[in-house]
Design a protein around this ligand. Structure first.
Ligand SMILES: NC(=O)c1ccc[n+]([C@@H]2O[C@H](COP(=O)([O-])OP(=O)(O)OC[C@H]3O[C@@H](n4cnc5c(N)ncnc54)[C@H](O)[C@@H]3O)[C@@H](O)[C@H]2O)c1
Ligand SMILES: O=C(O)[C@H](O)COP(=O)(O)O
Length: 627
């Protein structure tokens, strides 16, 4: 799947559906440690840099907070630890080819026409939800998901039926299938244009009612007429191309479309007013957004040519439907052809639907066999890929980070999360963490270092141990803002080989007290620094003390008088209580004065053991940290 692409963008997802990454180094599920329960451990092989999740749950006690056992929803851990397939709810009809792709790797529950209440009931047992335009994915749905829902797949283009803000807040990724139905929608637009101009639907109904009304259904010609395409995106440009083939003069309005794209199709981009006032036909192809809502209203129709004709295969909500009825009644608008409605389905007695000058279809723009198969495959690949931690080019609510950047930054992702986690555990409670500075030492030019992913991981590392928030790339900035956490980044140029993107990363927390005074720099910030060595994150500095500790397992930081025998004394205390030491590193500022010992331990020492360490006369301060 898309994982092998080197150019597609990527986003970090909610928790993965499997417990381990494959040996394929392109499989990116190691990134999911960014979203799994906070204490998931990683084992790694320096050779191939493949990382494997080895343990699912544990508790963390940090920064004087109570123990927090954090998962993303009740049943996620069960899914992870048992290796069971994820569950994907498909709430609207999806092409068979897509369903079969989904069934290869998931339990697929096709439940169509669910009431909003039933959708909310079902969603808490689903890892992904696939919808078309008929399902409203509201905030209530994300709330009811109880943290388990990781991906919403929109089998189509328009995502106005998904509450994107809520999805982002809940760290749920939204992907869509933006390309497979473009041609179908454009063809439907052209079909409506021609059918409207020649009264095909009305004449058909009349004949079936036993009439032969040749004079009544005289139409208008298309050739030589001006068509204004409103929204020159994928569908709009395909409509323009086809309309030109019919001999129409095509203009377009789109504030965001590049002029050269329009020029390439032979279309002139004009202002909104110019488009409206010069067109004989207006075809709508913009998304429904707060800006485009009811953009066609009494005022707009007043500016149009008398007898203008309107086609809408975009979204009903871009038209004020009452205003359109008034314009049709007055003759300002001669005809309309509508595939989409503010409310779908519209009420049976809708004046618009019943209007004799209006041709309607029930949101059929994307409904060709070909488009439905294409959309189904496109969304199935996106959703399954997303659940597996692969690349997705169609993420709607996550910052896009190019695949090659992800793969290069992979070891730094671990480092930043661990530095964040360590730094926050050095804070003595009380004032709250508000201001964090991250300093990257790099030999690369500023434009050659994309740190969005690393910033998200630092946010995660800092926030997760001290709150019940779950953080991933989708919601990192939102959560940081919500918690009032300011993260500033600085890049310091160093003269090293630019082969490696980053030489070292320093995390500083300002305006806080520390439970380990030696971690405080002169200016008063808690400061720790790390590097990636042979693919493994290392702690290299605590305050102004240099250390060298591989960031695995748990860590005891201990400041003592720099004198012989200290390593032995502390080591003995741990050994006597069966706590296995996996490394020790000592750093000092001035010989025989003070030193810092970083001790990696496999087990968490009990309170009694920690007390004993504190009682060693030369030990001035110490802290136990979970990574
Ligand atoms: N009827 C159907 O079944 C059907 C099928 C496919 C798409 N659609 C709808 O068609 C619309 C277009 O789809 P697309 O795939 O071409 O999307 P797109 O994103 O490729 O194109 C939308 C274009 O609208 C432009 N736009 C945004 N705001 C605008 C504004 N205020 N004024 C003018 N232009 C504006 C954008 O710049 C963009 O170029 C969407 O609303 C989509 O949901 C409907
Ligand atoms: O936005 C879209 O892709 C179209 O409106 C199609 O919607 P549908 O999948 O509900 O047909």
């Amino acid at each position: 799947m898309a994982a092998s692409s080197s150019t597609k963008p990527i986003f970090i997802l909610p928790p993965p559906i499997t417990t381990s990454s494959s040996s394929n180094s392109k499989q990116l599920s190691f990134l999911y440690n960014t979203t799994t329960p906070i204490s998931i451990k990683l084992s790694h092989s320096c050779k191939n840099r493949a990382l494997t999740i080895t343990n699912a749950t544990k508790t963390v006690d940090s920064a004087q907070t109570s123990s927090v056992s954090k998962t993303r929803g009740g049943s996620y851990d069960d899914t992870v630890s048992s290796g069971t397939k994820p569950t994907i709810l498909v709430s609207e009809k999806l092409g068979e080819a897509g369903l079969s792709l989904l069934r290869d790797s998931a339990n697929v529950d096709c439940s169509y026409d669910l009431s909003p209440e039933d959708l909310c009931k079902k969603i808490s047992s689903c890892d992904a939800l696939i919808v078309r335009s008929g399902t409203k994915v509201t905030r209530q749905v994300f709330e009811a998901a109880n943290g388990r829902l990781k991906v919403v797949g929109r089998a189509g283009v328009g995502i106005d039926n998904v509450d994107l803000q809520a999805a982002t807040e809940f760290g749920c990724l939204v992907v869509n299938a933006p390309t497979a139905n473009t041609v179908a929608a454009a063809e439907h637009g052209i079909a409506l244009l021609a059918a409207m101009a020649r009264n095909v639907a009305q004449a058909d109904a009349s004949m079936k009612a036993g009439q032969w009304q040749r004079n009544r259904y005289v139409g208008v010609s298309l050739v030589g007429k001006t068509l204004a395409v409103m929204g020159f995106g994928k569908v709009g440009s395909e409509v323009a191309r086809r309309a030109k083939g019919l001999g129409m003069h095509v203009i377009a309005h789109d504030p965001y479309a590049p002029a050269d794209r329009a020029r390439a199709v032979g279309v002139e981009l004009v202002s909104f007013d110019q488009a409206i006032s010069t067109a004989d036909f207006i075809s709508l192809h913009m998304p429904l957004t707060p800006t485009t809502k009811k953009v066609f209203n009494d005022d707009t129709f007043a500016k149009a040519k008398n007898g203008v004709r309107i086609i809408n295969v975009a979204r009903g909500g871009v038209i004020d439907e009452d205003a359109l009825v008034r314009a049709l009644d007055s003759g300002k608008v001669a005809q309309a052809a509508l595939d989409v409605f503010t409310e779908e389905p519209p009420s049976k007695d809708s004046k618009l639907v019943q209007h004799e000058k209006v041709t309607v279809t029930p949101h059929l723009g994307a409904s060709t066999k070909e488009a439905q198969e294409g959309v189904a495959i496109e969304i199935a690949e996106a959703v399954v890929g997303a659940l597996n931690g692969e690349l997705s080019a169609t993420a709607v609510n996550a910052p896009m980070v190019p695949a090659e950047v992800i793969s290069e930054l992979a070891p730094y992702v671990l480092l930043t999360e661990k530095l964040g986690r360590l730094a926050v555990q050095l804070v003595a409670g009380g004032r709250g963490v508000k201001s964090v500075k991250v300093v990257y030492e790099s030999a690369r030019g500023p434009d050659d270092l994309d740190t969005r992913l690393l910033r998200a991981m630092i946010t995660k590392g800092i926030i997760e141990p001290i709150s019940d928030s779950f953080v991933n790339l989708v919601n990192a900035d939102f959560i940081a803002k919500q918690k009032g956490l300011r993260i500033s980044e600085e890049r310091v140029a160093v003269e090293k080989t630019p082969e490696y993107p980053i030489h070292s990363i320093r995390v500083q927390i300002s305006e806080v007290d520390s439970k380990f005074g030696s971690a405080i720099l002169e200016g008063g910030d808690i400061s720790i620094e790390g590097r990636v060595k042979y693919g493994v994150p290392h702690l290299t500095k605590v305050g102004s003390f240099s250390v060298d500790a591989s960031l695995e397992g748990n860590l005891i930081l201990c400041r003592q008088v720099d004198q012989p025998g200290m390593i032995g004394q502390v080591g003995n205390i741990l050994g006597e209580r069966n706590v296995n030491v996996n490394f020790m590193s000592v750093g000092r500022t001035v010989r025989r004065k003070q030193a810092i010992m970083a001790i990696g331990v496999d087990e968490e020492p009990c309170q009694e053991t920690l007390k004993k360490i504190g009682e060693v006369p030369a030990v001035e301060e110490f802290v136990f940290l979970e990574l």
